[in-house]
Design a protein around this ligand. Structure first.
Ligand SMILES: *[C@@H]1O[C@H](CO)[C@@H](O)[C@H](O)[C@H]1NC(C)=O
Ligand SMILES: *[C@@H]1O[C@H](CO)[C@@H](O)[C@H](O)[C@H]1NC(C)=O
Ligand SMILES: *[C@@H]1O[C@H](CO)[C@@H](O)[C@H](O)[C@H]1NC(C)=O
Ligand SMILES: *[C@@H]1O[C@H](CO)[C@@H](O)[C@H](O)[C@H]1NC(C)=O
Ligand SMILES: *[C@@H]1O[C@H](CO)[C@@H](O)[C@H](O)[C@H]1NC(C)=O
Ligand SMILES: *[C@@H]1O[C@H](CO)[C@@H](O)[C@H](O)[C@H]1NC(C)=O
Ligand SMILES: *[C@@H]1O[C@H](CO)[C@@H](O)[C@H](O)[C@H]1NC(C)=O
Length: 623
């Protein structure tokens, strides 16, 4: 908790002109202090305990009740349903983070929250287009009979979403350090069924515990799909059951491997949070990782024009793509794909099929021979040959598939359950079109789509770039209602070229929260302005800090006492009373970034330096 004294001292040492907007903030515990030099922040403050993402219908009341952490119960009408039992356990914990916080003796006490799930227990979340699949209503009422809380959901997954909201409504009031909760009625359902986050464990390995943190924090943002870009050119950390030497030779080291046990733990952890885990095994490009154990599955490029397996930098490496002319490639993939169903429980797999780097194939006489035999006139036809064969193989597995948009752009015929993921945008390359045009054309052709183009959260800029993510809307394109209904949602992407365990979480949150709200809550046209959302997002950021996730700041100020790392011992640090040196430093640095919070960050269309490569020169980092 922030002590009053902290604020006073900190304030008087801040010698520049400061307008302080002090507000009590909720579930984030303690006081959240906003500081803006020269200009007050635009927008309106959110009351303590404001949820993120915003519920669809939220009736608020100024009436308040309290909770007693020693007696409060969450009970469910489902007996022995693990998903709900574990969630109750988890949310009791998350609701009452706050150490010495107690019930407010002056207020009526909410004794319990009763959860009902209409459709009974369920164990595995899946893609479900019914909006009731994750819907819930949450009511905290106060009548003459007393205070009561109820959460009604159609499925256990709706129950989880409602418990998350409940835990966010409960807040800690200063200065008495007591739990409070307003009388509330919420009726909520997701806008889209597919609300994803891509993480990349090939460019840099992400330890299992970080992936579990990602899953936990995804659930706090009501995201429900982890798109696991698990392997790529750089490494192959996935331990295959049937081809264990792929990770033996393809991982950076034996330490940088997800064993079958690790993967199953991750899938299981996700399942309890209502999150689907969809692995991506990208081919025929981005596939050098496959070649470490199976070199003969890759096409040797002829970089010098005559020798197999020679590079031509910067155009291609010695080996780039799987070899579409080699029948063993298809036998291998069939076995590999069929086996995945054993480990990954979701009904979908991501097949990649993007950014195939054609100059290597084009350099190969073997590929040209193959073209002649099939009467193909262009190397693109060879890619298409591969794509069609591999999609046929996928149809032999019990898995449905997602692919990057590339094959759908070319009019490839796909299963009607398939999903095309839109990643291209003119901001990535001047050879591409705006993402809205791709979504328009793909839905016009009848494809289901998910959108990522405007949520490349791996690209960082100075200032409040979350506002650009917040302002992106996947159905913001010219199309009929039928076309818009084919948009299943979207995914924020965190490509891993410059991301590992040191910076993943701060870079992810709360920037991905902006996409999460767009995917869960109302369309942009009905949404609060970014200036209003900023206050609620700042609370949410503090809430994540409080729950142990190092989410980065979006405004000047501080989150009560929840910043990391907090000095907990004086063994290596000076006493807690802020040393003068720190404050001087704060002052001089305070002048400079003052524009950060008031200046709108550059528009999303500004390409990041590593984003300006040509589409055809593909390779790592283009996406
Ligand atoms: C909760 O009640 C307090 C006190 O009446 C009020 O200031 C605040 O705006 C309410 N919060 C919400 C979320 O309605
Ligand atoms: C919540 O869980 C954490 C981690 O397991 C534990 O340290 C903490 O004591 C728990 N808090 C409560 C209130 O149960
Ligand atoms: C709500 O749960 C409490 C505690 O488990 C129980 O005593 C009460 O009967 C329940 N009320 C309803 C309406 O189900
Ligand atoms: C990996 O194992 C396969 C058999 O599953 C074998 O054909 C291949 O040669 C092995 N790779 C290496 C590099 O030993
Ligand atoms: C290629 O074209 C030749 C001549 O038109 C034809 O005889 C042959 O059947 C074609 N081959 C394939 C695989 O389509
Ligand atoms: C796909 O086609 C099948 C049978 O033709 C139909 O029952 C199903 O509803 C279709 N699914 C989608 C997502 O369009
Ligand atoms: C993009 O392509 C153009 C034309 O093919 C070429 O001149 C240019 O150098 C390429 N740029 C990069 C960054 O590869």
């Amino acid at each position: 908790m922030a002590r009053e004294g902290d604020t006073g001292c900190w304030c008087c040492c801040w010698r520049v002109l400061v307008v302080m907007l002090v507000m009590m903030v909720g579930a984030a515990s303690a006081k959240l202090i906003y500081v803006e030099e020269n200009l007050p922040l635009p927008g309106e403050e959110s009351p303590p305990g404001s949820p993120w993402p915003l519920p669809r219908e939220w009736s608020q009341s100024p009436l308040q009740v309290t909770l007693d952490p020693t007696t409060f119960i969450i009970s469910a009408d489902l007996l022995g349903c693990n998903v709900i039992d574990y969630a109750i356990h988890r949310y009791l914990n998350l609701t009452f983070i706050g150490g010495d916080t107690k019930a407010d003796v002056g207020l009526p006490v909410l004794p319990f929250l009763n959860v009902t799930v209409a459709s009974g227990c369920d164990h595995t979340p899946h893609l479900n287009l019914d909006p009731n699949y994750e819907s819930y209503t949450l009511e905290i009422t106060q009548t003459e009979e007393g205070v009561s809380g109820r959460l009604d959901a159609h499925t256990v997954w709706g129950g989880l979403r409602g418990l998350e909201t409940f835990s966010q409504l409960v807040h800690i009031a200063e200065p008495d350090n007591v739990y409070r909760l307003n009388v509330t009625k919420i009726k909520d359902a997701p806008r889209f069924p597919h609300r994803g986050l891509l993480v990349d464990t090939a460019r840099h390995f992400l330890p299992k515990n970080i992936l579990l943190d990602v899953l936990d924090s995804m659930a706090w943002n009501k995201l429900n799909v982890l798109h696991w870009h698990i392997v790529d050119d750089q490494s192959f950390p996935y331990e295959s059951r049937i081809f264990p030497n792929m990770s033996l030779y393809g991982a950076y080291t034996p330490r940088h491997v997800y064993t079958q046990g690790d993967v199953m733990d991750i899938v299981e952890f996700a399942r309890y949070r209502g999150i689907r885990v969809i692995p991506e095994f990208d081919t025929p490009g981005h596939a050098q990782g496959f070649g470490k154990a199976f070199p003969h599955l890759l096409t040797p490029c002829y970089g010098d024009g005559k020798t197999a397996g020679t590079p031509k930098y910067p155009f291609h490496a010695a080996y780039e793509n799987l070899d579409p002319t080699n029948p063993q490639v298809y036998d291998f993939l069939k076995a590999f794909l069929v086996d995945l169903k054993h480990t990954f429980v979701d009904g979908y797999i991501h097949m990649g099929l993007d950014e195939v780097f054609l100059p290597c194939w084009n350099s190969s006489p073997v590929v040209h021979e193959f073209m002649a035999k099939h009467n193909y006139t262009e190397v693109r036809d060879v890619e298409q040959h591969y794509v069609e064969k591999v999609l046929e193989l996928a149809e032999l597995t019990p898995l449905n598939y997602i692919t990057w948009q590339d094959p759908a752009d070319r009019g490839t015929k796909m299963q009607n359950t398939s999903v095309a993921q839109v990643w291209k945008d003119v901001s990535l390359s001047s050879k591409m079109r705006g993402w809205r045009e791709y979504v328009r054309d793909l839905t016009e052709a009848g494809h289901q789509v998910i959108v990522s183009s405007c949520w490349y959260i791996n690209y960082i800029t100075y200032g409040q770039d979350w506002k650009n993510f917040y302002k992106c809307d996947p159905t913001d394109f010219q199309g009929t209602p039928q076309q818009k209904a084919l948009v299943l949602g979207g995914e924020a992407t965190m490509w891993g070229e410059y991301v590992d365990a040191t910076n993943l979480l701060p870079r992810l949150w709360p920037r991905a929260s902006a996409a999460a709200e767009r995917l869960w809550s109302v369309p942009l046209s009905e949404a609060p302005s970014v200036d209003i959302a900023a206050y609620r997002l700042d609370q949410h950021r503090c809430r994540m800090l409080r729950r142990g996730i190092p989410a980065q700041p979006i405004l000047n100020g501080y989150c009560g006492e929840w910043e990391v790392p907090q000095p907990t011992t004086s063994a290596t640090n000076p006493p807690a009373e802020a040393p003068a040196g720190d404050q001087t430093q704060g002052e001089s640095q305070g002048d400079q970034p003052s524009s950060a919070a008031t200046t709108v960050a550059p528009p999303a269309a500004t390409p990041a330096p590593e984003a300006t490569q040509n589409e055809s020169t593909g390779g790592a980092g283009t996406r």
